[in-house]
Design a protein. Sequence first.
Length: 254
Amino acid sequence: MSISSAPMMPNFTPMKKKVIAVIAAVIIGHTGVMWALNHMKAPELRPIEKEPLKVRFVKIQEPPKPAPPEPKAEPKKEKPKPKEVQIVEKPLPPPPKKVEKVQQVKKAEAPKPVVKPVDTPVQTPVVTTTVSETKVPKVEPTPVAAPPAPEVPAAPASPKTVSVGGSGVQWSRSPKPTYTNNDLQGQNRTVVILIEADEKGSITSARITRSSGVSTLDEKILRAVRSAKFKPYKENGIAYAIKAEQPFDLTLNK
């Protein structure tokens, strides 16, 4: 058998040929586009020139205010004309005639009556003058303040009648009378004294309303009372003068 040395050709079908042709055409087309793009010059873009904005400030003026209406001129008042008043001076009436006084003297002396001269009135001439009447503002007199009335010292209040001790007046220095059995004259005695004191408690008056019967003994008790002193008597914080009766029982010393 003889063997052929010719190479073996691939067996392409018509369908495959078409596909290969399409692929080759696509590759060639892409290659051409790429070459064209590489050789194309980029278009030069011109910069856009923008003009700067111009701003203009406009001052808005307010409309002028209407002028106030002019005040109406008041009509001038005419000054009152001075009135002319005629003053006529009347002559003064003549003074009454003086009566001649005649002094009567005793007949023995028989003096001549003295006659006083009578003054004759002098008549003044009548003068007519014209005076213009002008209004003079009245000046009211300023009131004069009346002088203050002199202060009258208040009358001292009458002393209050109180009792001694307890809720009444208290002694700040009690009286201490000294007496002997001879002063009592052999018996017990009682003396009652009405005492008056001022607001400070000082004794202002002391008098006997019931005597012991012995004047010397009464004087000793009075001297002891006048040297004593009360505490100030107060009501609602106010001191008052007081009067009170104080009995003294005097007994014999054993």
